[in-house]
Design a protein around this ligand. Structure first.
Ligand code: IPM
Ligand code: MN
Length: 368
């Protein structure tokens, strides 16, 4: 099994968390005798400062020639003065666009024991396991025209969706629902927006191809309330780009911390894996960031790109086991208990060890 992974550490805590994700992937590769290769390339604000582009051409070429891309994070206040084209976020959007990955999967799971620092009552979130399927290449993020106009002292963006863009992401979501609990909620703002009325029509049409999946439509404002009030009600959540961006940060509360959530962006030429959190400039360089979102993204890479399901499961089993053992990074602890926190590296190394243990016991199980 050969895998060429383009690693884009990026800004802030990005390098710290991707290092741990690569550590876990190497552990899998070594244990199973696979040939995983990792090559780093610049992206984000650091790349703008050093190479004059947040997504340099060499990075693009490297990514397009890889089996998958593993990204850390981009951004930081030191880049706020850069022009629009040099902004770190522009690099991330250009990366997504060039890869063509239009379906962004963002699972949110309430691992046990429920994090004590979640503001939600444990009995409400216990058993919650949902996945947001966010459309990633359309809507307000990419719609034209867009501008800030000094003369008229106004600015505008365009929300635009074609039937084809909605159809292809809806199919990804329905296929996923078929393999899960067969429930799909499509989130829109059809009482106000034309794009949402089209969205609803197309999703309803696609649903006919998946008779086993129960489809429900929800308006984004009430869904934002319901998903946090009754998180166990939901299975697959399908939505457009901006709604998905906002709702996925909200569902991080279910998992206990933004640092927990992984993501996979699929459907294009090359798949992209990244934790949903940002560059966390306030804690960057301190070695205390939670690497679980990045490591979970590595597990998704093995599942979706490499089709190594047992290996992906082993990483997820390891994450769960390490959390069960009580090991916590600072973001998962209430302020009074932060002195018990472990570093990014300690957490990463422990998950790598447990992954190998999980692979080992799996082999022992099959040998019996
Ligand atoms: C995310 C981020 C990005 C987005 C930013 C950094 C461009 O918030 O991946 O959720 O808005 O998609
Ligand atoms: Mn976001």
């Amino acid at each position: 099994m050969k895998l060429n992974v383009a690693v884009l550490p990026g800004d802030g805590v990005g390098p710290e968390v991707t290092r741990e994700a690569v550590r876990v992937l190497r552990a899998v590769s070594d244990f199973c005798g696979y040939d995983f290769r990792f090559e780093e390339s610049p992206i984000g604000g650091g790349a703008s400062v050093e190479f004059g582009s947040p997504y340099p051409d060499q990075t693009r070429e490297r990514c397009l020639a890889s089996s998958a891309v593993l990204l850390g994070a981009v951004g930081g206040p030191q880049f706020d003065s850069l022009t629009d084209k040099l902004r770190p976020e522009a690099g991330l959007l250009a990366l997504r666009h060039s890869l063509g990955c239009f379906a962004n999967l963002r699972p949110a799971i309430a691992f046990e024991p429920i994090s004590d620092c979640s503001p939600l009552r444990p009995e409400r979130i216990l058993g919650a396991n949902l996945i947001i399927v966010r459309e990633l290449l359309g809507g307000l993020y990419f719609g034209e025209p867009r501008a800030i106009d000094a003369a008229s002292k106004s600015a505008w963006n365009t929300m635009r969706y074609s039937e084809q863009e909605i159809e292809r992401v809806a199919r990804v979501a329905f296929k996923l629902a078929e393999k899960r609990r067969k429930k799909l909620v499509s989130v829109d703002k059809a009482n106000v927006l034309e794009t949402s009325r089209l969205w609803r029509r197309v999703v309803t049409r696609v649903a006919a191809e998946f008779p086993d999946v129960a489809l429900e439509h929800a308006l984004v404002d009430s869904f934002a309330m319901n998903v946090i009030t009754y998180p166990t009600r939901y299975d697959v959540v399908l939505t457009e780009n901006l709604f998905g961006d906002i709702l996925s940060d909200e569902t991080a509360v279910i998992a206990g911390s933004l640092g927990m959530l992984p993501s996979a962006s699929i459907g294009g030429k090359v798949d992209l894996y990244e934790p949903i959190h940002g560059s966390a400039p306030d804690i960057a360089g301190k070695g205390i960031a939670n690497p679980i979102g990045a490591i979970g993204s590595a597990a998704m890479l093995l599942r979706h790109t490499a089709k190594l399901h047992a290996e992906a499961d082993s990483i997820e089993v390891a994450i769960e086991a390490v959390l069960k053992s009580g090991m916590r990074t600072a973001d998962l602890l209430p302020a009074a208990e932060r002195s018990k926190a472990v570093s990014t590296e300690v957490m990463g190394k422990r998950i790598a060890e447990c992954t190998v243990e999980a692979l080992n016991s799996r082999m022992a199980y099959f040998a019996v």
